[in-house]
Design a protein around this ligand. Structure first.
Ligand SMILES: Cc1cc2nc3c(=O)[nH]c(=O)nc-3n(C[C@H](O)[C@H](O)[C@H](O)COP(=O)(O)O)c2cc1C
Length: 327
């Protein structure tokens, strides 16, 4: 018997520092299927950050906190000091953030060394203190969500962390189904989410290693979560969220061809021409090709062709050859 899913499934675009910025969010949400985005993390240490820091990571704050296609963008904070985290969350809300997300999943050593990200998964009491302190200071109508991994070295305290987030007042928890120790080594242990899903009432979103619509099905089945978050999979197939949603609705979806995807890459390049220093202009496009080549052999070929090009004009000439010819 096949599983029947309600059509309330939500798909979130994963925060990805150095990759998913406002420009990328605009391009990907315009494709469709994405219900929410989260910014790269704002590092909070010991002070209230100036508004410009929030605007830099979340320029959407100038436009009602949504991407041009209307998808809300939550501002993600990373830090460990409850009072300062609460002050910064309140500031982001004042600036118009439609929601605040907390990063307790970052595996980077330099972040963990300063008591930030996944290291706090060993300290559920502190997670509770941070979440509850922010919840008290945030206006009631601004949601507070939390993003975690299953644990730091192991998942022994996973349920304590879920409990801390829930009792602290978070309304939703995204779980990247691996420990920090696992890094990004496949597989993601979606099934480990299911018992927590049974036990706690907080809404949950499953995340990790969803590269295809079939993976989305398996993840939903194993985790018991209706909602999923897509990161690298969406970068390697920009129509992945759209495909998953269409499939749920019983509609057929023809996966996008390279010809359909390339104009997005070119739009990113054109944006880089405007916004990056000349020597960095090729960076974002090469980075995206690094993800796209997982799906499209043409992306691999193009990557080989441009990887050594540095001059913006040379890059532009090489890329323009791939634009669809006007009819
Ligand atoms: C380059 C990169 C940057 C990331 N930056 C963040 C971040 O700023 N905040 C965060 O919570 N997670 C971050 N993550 C983790 C992703 O949000 C996501 O949990 C992870 O990639 C697993 O999902 P995926 O398999 O769909 O990519 C990052 C991951 C990558 C690969």
């Amino acid at each position: 018997m096949s599983t029947v899913y309600r059509f309330t499934m939500h798909i979130h675009l994963a925060p990805m520092e150095g990759v998913v910025n406002a420009r990328m969010r605009a391009l990907l949400t315009a494709v469709g299927g994405i219900d929410r985005c989260i910014t790269e993390f704002v590092r909070v240490t010991d002070q209230l950050l100036p508004a410009r820091v929030f605007y830099r990571l979340c320029p959407e704050l100038h436009h009602g906190g949504t991407t041009p296609s209307g998808t809300p963008v939550y501002v993600q904070l990373l830090g460990s000091e409850p009072g300062v985290m609460a002050d910064n969350a309140a500031r982001a809300a004042e600036l118009g953030a439609p929601g605040i997300d907390l990063n307790f999943g970052c595996p980077a050593k330099c972040v963990n060394r300063h008591r930030g990200g996944s290291i706090l998964l060993d300290e559920p009491e502190l997670i509770y203190a941070i979440v509850s302190s922010i919840r008290r200071q945030l206006p009631d109508d601004v949601p507070l969500t939390v993003k975690i991994r299953l644990g730091f070295r192991d998942s022994l305290r996973f349920h304590d962390v879920v409990n801390a987030a829930e009792t602290g007042g978070a309304s939703l928890l995204t779980i990247h189904a691996r420990t920090r120790e696992d890094g990004y080594t496949p597989p993601a242990h979606w099934h480990q989410i299911a018992p927590a899903r049974e036990r706690f009432g907080i809404a949950m979103v499953a995340n990790g290693e969803i590269w295809t619509p079939e993976h989305a099905d398996l993840c939903q089945r194993d985790s018991g979560c209706e909602d999923i978050m897509l990161g690298r999979g969406l970068l390697s197939r920009p129509d992945l969220a759209l495909h998953i949603k269409q499939q749920r609705l019983g509609n057929s979806h023809q996966p996008w061809s390279w010809e359909a995807v390339f104009p997005l890459l070119y739009a990113l390049f054109e944006d880089s021409l405007q916004t990056c220093a000349p020597r960095h202009v090729g960076g974002p496009s090469k980075q995206w090709l690094g993800y796209l080549r997982r799906t499209y052999p043409q992306a691999q070929e193009l990557f080989e062709q441009i990887k050594r090009l540095r001059e913006p004009a040379d890059l532009q000439e090489a890329l323009q050859q791939h634009l669809p010819k006007a009819a």
